[in-house]
Design a protein around this ligand. Structure first.
Ligand code: ADP
Length: 309
């Protein structure tokens, strides 16, 4: 369990992390989601004692990281995979880590096997692809067989196969009862990996809920109809609190503020013929952007609504 209370970090005038309180529970994957610059890395660095909070505190199983006698046995982290000494082989990199942390040598072979690097273990890490480097970083995090694991943007730049591998690894680590805390700036990555979400923007908590709750609360339902009597239907719906805008097909309307059933009933009661009645869901990525739009440092264009189902 990771517990943060009023965790705050200021760099001069800039507040990177602004009074965060949250807990990360064992047995599930917790996604740490926020736009770039939201304060995710700074928070993770404070959890690992690499940065000192300006105010507040964070503990791991009740203890600050700095007080742990054998930190690698308790917490494993992948922060910056590129920080690996390139001249060494994967095996020697891990062996060094094991020896300086009093971990048994056999763990090196075990984690190499676990991340699928056994065959290239004697090759220099310098020649590794991004995905292999990422696997090596994860092997390092797993070396002490820790109960708590943290990964900062682990799938950045990986190919679909690498992304799938990391996703499954996280789920299996959580299924073993470990605490898995993983950051990302993309909702689409979290949607399929995380059970719980902590969403931050400009250093503050925006949401702390399950992925299911996040979807329910943040994806606005839009009802789409096609009808030869679009103007008439829009008038009827407006009198009952509905908002309609024409879509690009000429005879379609996109309706918000009314449920699909209600739109169908109102059309029927008014004798208006419908050629289509369907539900559109704003994509989760869009919901996330909507939620964090006031906290993004640099705005990018919001993509158009996507149609699902
Ligand atoms: P994220 O990981 O969510 O992208 P970061 O934690 O890296 O966000 O950064 C949060 C904010 O703190 C950003 O505005 C960043 O520029 C600032 N920041 C991070 N580290 C430092 C530092 N060492 N000195 C000054 N500002 C920093």
């Amino acid at each position: 369990m990771i517990e943060a209370q009023n965790l705050t970090k200021r760099y001069g005038e800039r507040t990177a992390v602004d009074g965060l309180s949250f807990s990360v529970r064992p047995g599930i994957v917790t996604g740490f989601l926020g736009p770039n610059g939201a304060g995710k890395s700074t928070t993770m660095r404070m959890i690992l004692g690499l940065d000192t909070p300006t105010a507040g505190q964070v503990t791991i199983d009740g203890k600050p990281f700095a007080t742990m006698a054998n930190p690698m046995r308790e917490v494993g982290a992948l922060l910056d995979a590129k920080a690996i000494h390139g001249g060494r082989s994967a095996y020697h990199h891990l062996l060094c880590l094991a020896q300086t942390n009093n971990l048994p040598r056999r763990r090196v072979d075990e984690v190499l096997e676990q991340v699928g690097l056994t065959e290239v273990a004697r090759k220099r890490a310098k020649g590794f692809s991004l995905g292999m480097g990422q696997r090596l970083g994860i092997a390092g995090a797993l070396l002490g067989d820790p109960k708590i694991l943290m990964f900062d943007e682990p799938v950045n730049g990986l190919d679909p196969e690498g992304i799938l591998w990391i996703r499954n690894l996280m789920k299996s680590l959580a299924a073993q009862g470990r605490t898995v805390f993983v950051s990302s700036h993309l909702m689409s990555e979290m949607e399929n990996t995380a059970d719980h979400l902590i969403v931050i923007g400009r250093g503050r908590i925006i949401a702390d809920c399950t992925v299911r709750e996040f979807i329910e609360q943040n994806s606005q339902l839009v009802v789409r109809v096609r009808t030869p009597q679009a103007a008439e239907l829009a008038g009827v719906l407006a009198r009952h609190g509905g908002k309609s805008v024409p879509d690009d097909t000429g005879d379609g309307l996109l309706i918000t503020e009314l449920t699909l059933d209600r739109v169908g009933d109102l059309a029927f009661d008014s004798g208006i013929r419908l050629h289509e009645l369907s539900a559109l869901q704003a994509s989760l990525e869009q919901a996330f952007m909507e939620l964090t739009k006031d906290s993004v440092e640099y705005h990018a264009a919001v993509p158009a609504m996507t149609r699902e189902g």
